[in-house]
Design a protein. Structure first.
Length: 474
């Protein structure tokens, strides 16, 4: 039947007792004991129940043949019989029943034989030697490999000797079968008690398989635990902290940070403050620049930073460093700069508010479209330098006279139209390049501005003057 108990098949069907079966090595036949007329004899049968052959036919029927076992190569059968009526002896014969040879001949009963296979090849333990240094109490796990040589694949038993007092050795597993020309690992667990005396102990690990044997030395060095010296006191030092860590400001302004020096472990020396590398365009000063920190205390200094209008928007790192002799510590402060928006002051004065629709739209075209790239911002800054030279007084005058506000409502209508035109021009060219779009839109806007607000009025004035002069001559 199968190993799970299924597919049970009956091989013999007769009136005698059949038992003691054993498989032949090739798996094609089975040897067993039958009792045809009272004496037990050895038979062979195919695994399907066919071709039953009696292997021990005899003329004397007063002996029993028992316990047939096939040899590993299938050429011999080992069994036992009672040729002297009760005194069992071991015999061996060829697989066909010929050449029966007694193996034992004594007054004792010899029975239940079995073949012991001779190992093929050899094995060795790997690594050859080991050394471990530990402090008790401790637990060690050592992994050793059994390596097969020349197709060796038999049971290797393990043993550990020379185990001193205070050390317990456990092998898991305590035997193993390596695959042919391969290796199989096993573990040696060592439990080293606290009472184990310092010294070097040589344990001997032996693997054996019949006459084959291999040993390895395992040296365990037990060291005494030395007392830990007390830690040396920490050297005097200082730390730096910044308040706040991050500041957000606009360009053309200042920002202040509070720098705190804290004494550590009795530090009481002078600390010089500096910023080794300033971001381009940004500068600052400490007040005071050098501070003396009291032992286990703290002292403060203020860093004031100047951010001119030329600094672009972005995030800048300010590396604040404190130095005292060989000691040096740094802390990074973060400065977030955004551009200060310029106002359209004449438009604001005319429409009465910075959030008027016209003012908001013009700033959007100026700052978010034309000024959206470095070239565009440079053009806007150049125009603002000229615009703010004369526009503030005019804006103040317009704001103080309601009648002028109404007039400028009409005068600025062409300007609003110009901003709509340059916004469309920017959108068209921005598909290809935003820098090019800013340049074309700015130049086109300036041209329209000059035509509407300079050339147009000038030509109108010249025409009026000519008409007046002509009327006088008449």
């Amino acid at each position: 039947m199968n190993t799970d108990g299924s597919d049970v098949t009956q091989l013999t069907d007769n009136a005698i007792d059949d038992g003691w079966p054993d498989w032949c090595p090739d798996g094609s036949r089975i040897v067993f004991v039958g009792t045809p007329i009272g004496d037990k004899e050895i038979y062979a049968i195919n695994t399907d129940g066919s071709n039953i052959i009696r292997i021990t036919p005899r003329t004397d029927y007063d002996t029993d043949d028992m316990g047939p076992i096939c040899s590993p190569d299938g050429t011999k059968i080992l069994f036992y019989r009672d040729p002297t009526f009760g005194d069992w002896e071991l015999f061996v014969m060829d697989a066909d029943g010929s050449h029966k040879t007694p193996l034992t001949e004594n007054t004792a009963d010899d029975g239940y034989p079995d073949w012991h296979p001779v190992p093929i090849g050899n094995f060795y333990l790997d690594p050859v030697s080991m050394e471990e240094t530990v402090e008790p109490p401790s637990k060690l796990t050592l992994t050793i490999n059994v390596r097969s040589v020349e197709e060796f694949s038999s049971i290797v038993n393990f043993a550990v000797t020379n185990i001193p007092s205070g050390i317990t050795a456990t092998l898991v597993p305590n035997f193993i079968i390596p695959p042919p020309n391969g290796h199989a690992p096993f573990n040696l667990f060592l439990d080293i008690e606290d009472s184990t005396l310092p010294g070097t102990y040589d344990l001997k690990l032996t693997g054996s398989c019949g006459s084959l044997e291999d040993s390895k030395n395992i040296s365990i060095v037990i060291e005494s635990e030395e007392p830990t010296p007390p830690p040396s006191p920490p050297a005097p030092d200082f730390s730096i902290s910044i308040t706040p860590q991050t500041r957000s400001v606009r360009n053309n302004s200042t920002a202040a940070y509070e720098v705190t020096i804290t004494s550590l472990h009795g530090f009481d020396s002078c600390v010089s403050l500096s910023v080794p590398y300033w971001p381009e365009g940004i500068s600052g000063t400490f007040s005071p620049r050098s501070v003396v920190c009291p032992a286990d205390g703290r002292v403060k200094s203020t860093l004031t930073i100047s951010i001119p209008s030329s600094v672009g928007d972005g995030t800048y790192s300010i590396n604040i460093t404190g130095t005292s002799g060989d000691l040096s510590h740094s802390k990074v402060a973060t400065l977030v700069v955004s551009l200060t928006p310029s106002r359209c002051i004449i438009v604001t004065a005319t429409y009465g508010s910075e959030i008027a629709h016209e003012a908001v739209y013009m700033r959007h075209v100026r700052d978010n479209m034309i000024g959206s790239n470095p070239v565009g911002r440079s053009l806007i800054e150049g125009w603002n330098s000229f615009y703010y030279l004369w526009s503030p007084p005019m804006a103040q005058f317009i704001a103080s006279h309601n009648s002028l506000q109404s007039i400028f409502h009409y005068l600025l209508l062409p300007l609003v139209w110009i901003f709509h035109v340059i916004a469309r021009i920017y959108d068209i060219f921005a598909i290809f390049n935003t820098t090019l779009a800013s340049m074309v839109a700015f130049l086109f806007g300036m041209m329209l501005f000059m035509v509407v607000y300079v050339v147009g009025p000038l030509l109108t004035l010249i025409t009026i003057c000519r008409c007046v002069c002509a009327s006088r001559k008449e």
